[in-house]
Design a protein around this ligand. Structure first.
Ligand code: OOB
Length: 536
């Protein structure tokens, strides 16, 4: 396995292979196999492009050859930050075939995140769109290239200016040596509990297995049509079952460029997708819009909702409003996926976050001393399994605390298990705010806030919000004159922080409540906000 990754212990790997979970297949070959049997079938639909499996397969081969011509080699890391456009899929499959390793960045990321991802992974190339949602990624790339010395190529979908144009990179296909299916295929980003985002290595074996079991759990077949609403770089739309699972089933992927009901409802009517995946805050928006829409949404059979807790009252409105089945999904880029299933009772689907996808997923719910708690009691969820990472990339110190000695990943989620094997998410022990579906690492924002000369100390906590679920509230102790929220916003944006991480509110205090051990008592701070929200 690539240096800096933690391989799965040999005995577990042997078990996953013997059970047929890991099949020694490559992500790049998935498309080749579909092209061989379903070549003329539509695989991928974007705003202005429609590609059959045969065309997509050929485009991936031609781009792989072009990238090799640029000097991109097997195992080279390549940061990919593209919006929901078909080029994303072509680029990923070209890199898979080349054995180069995409590192997925979100379109919302800015200099702070991209410089870290590029330098932490020693990326040799960086893929961007020219502009998207009014933001010019070429300006960002100039800034990144000036500070990351490993970066040799910036490749642009659209007007490239001084960089390399993606459209000019086609070359005649060449035979490429395939990578090892047990090795890393790409990196996902962790939701973040530390000051800097961590990289999650995903292998061909583990991700194809995840996509296959997700596709089975959602009962996909060649008639399945997936609408990609969330940013593609996120695990949920990419492979739960998402795009990769739809390709596994031989279905068709339709890409929406934004989650707005205007765009998505029009696509539902025009392209007749059968399923999609969204986060609860988008579900809120769609529930409001569906009452007034004139669009025909009747193609939708399954709506997957996950990434943040879906409240029962909101869950209960989904099926009547959309005339489709609801599926709750509790997942993580690190691996483990839980989903509700078709044969669950309506009551179950509304009240639990689902059961694990693989019979080989091992789950423990433990107390603070890592002792298992009885079924029905709340504890931290630990997990290990055939598609869950064994360690973050180049992070030995963090791995020592994020995993147990016997390789279980500490999710930081507080859950309880029901008698029938479902998971109910009850809270979090990790220092993360889930704002919409976006994960905001509190220590990361605190570190940036404390770089401001007017701030002595900062503590960032979640405040309840009806639509987003949570918002970011920053408690500050001022150094002299306290800065305003507008000043802080300008300061953090200038530091290159992604917009979704900006505090929604600030509150200047004289001191923080402390725990018995003298640490800032975040629970007490969060409780103040919950009490305030309750009293409104
Ligand atoms: C998904 O992945 P990430 O990596 O952005 O975030 C993972 C974390 C979980 O550890 C948990 O804290 C939270 O997001 N979460 C949920 C949830 N699903 C995820 N919290 C409550 N209820 C849920 N249903 O968010 C993700 C990855 C794949 C599929 C779906 C979601």
């Amino acid at each position: 396995m690539l240096d800096g990754c933690v391989p799965c212990p040999a005995e577990d790997a042997a078990r996953y292979r013997a059970a047929g979970y890991w099949r020694g297949e490559l992500l790049g070959d998935l498309l080749r196999r579909r092209a061989a049997t379903l070549g003329g079938k539509e695989a991928l639909i974007g705003e202005t492009t429609r590609l059959t499996y045969a065309e997509l397969d050929r485009r991936a081969d031609r781009l792989a050859a072009g990238l090799r011509g640029l000097g991109i080699a097997p195992r080279d890391r390549v940061v990919v930050q593209l919006p929901n456009i078909p080029e994303f899929v072509v680029v990923c499959f070209a890199l898979f075939r080349l054995g180069a390793l995409p590192v997925f960045a979100l379109p919302a990321h800015r200099g702070n995140e991209i410089k870290h991802l590029c330098s932490h992974s020693d990326a040799v190339a960086y893929f961007i769109a020219d502009t998207h949602n009014g933001f010019d990624y070429r300006a960002l790339a100039r800034d990144v290239r000036a500070s990351v010395h490993s970066l040799r190529h910036v490749i642009v979908a659209g007007a490239a200016e001084e960089f390399t144009a993606l459209s000019g990179l086609d070359a005649d296909p060449v035979t490429l040596p395939g990578p090892d299916p047990a090795d890393v295929a790409f990196f996902l980003l962790s939701g973040g509990t530390t000051a800097l985002p961590k990289l999650i290595p995903r292998t061909h074996d583990d991700y194809l297995y995840q996509a296959r079991v997700s596709a089975q759990a959602c009962e996909l077949d060649t008639g399945s049509r997936y609408l990609t609403v969330l940013p593609v770089e996120f695990n949920f739309p990419w492979g739960c079952p998402g795009i990769i699972g739809t390709f596994v089933a031989g279905g068709t992927v339709i890409m929406a460029s934004s989650p707005s009901p205007d765009e998505c409802f029009a696509l539902l009517e025009r392209e007749r997708p059968t399923f999609t995946s969204i986060v609860p805050s988008i579900a809120h928006l769609w529930l409001e819009a569906v009452e007034w829409t004139a669009h025909d949404l009747s193609s939708l059979e399954l709506l997957q909702i996950g990434s943040a807790k879906l409240h029962t009252s909101v869950a209960a409105r989904i099926e009547p409003a959309f005339g489709c089945r609801l599926q709750q999904v509790f997942g993580m880029a690190e691996g483990l996926l839980c989903m509700t299933r078709r044969d669950d009772s309506p009551e179950t689907v509304l009240t639990v976050q689902g059961s694990p996808l693989s019979p080989a997923d091992e789950l423990r719910v433990v107390d603070s001393a890592d002792r298992e708690v009885p079924t029905g009691e709340v504890g931290e969820l630990l997990t290990k399994g055939p598609y869950t990472l064994r360690g973050y990339y180049r992070a030995p110190e963090h791995n020592a605390i994020a995993f147990t000695e016997d390789g279980f990943y500490r999710t930081g989620d507080l859950v309880r298990r029901t008698e029938d094997g479902n998971i109910v998410v009850e809270g979090r022990s990790k220092d993360v705010i889930i704002r919409g579906g976006d994960k905001v690492s509190a220590p990361e924002v605190e570190a940036h806030l404390m770089a401001h000369p007017g701030i002595r100390q900062a503590s960032v906590v979640a405040t309840p919000d009806e639509v987003l679920g949570e918002r970011t509230h920053a408690y500050l102790i001022a150094a002299n004159t306290a800065p305003t929220l507008a000043e802080i916003t300008r300061f953090l944006l200038a530091r290159g922080l992604a917009e979704f991480k900006l505090p929604d509110r600030i509150e200047v205090v004289d001191s923080f409540p402390l725990t018995g051990l003298g640490k800032i008592d975040k629970k007490a701070l969060a409780a103040r906000l919950t009490a305030k929200a309750g009293s409104h």
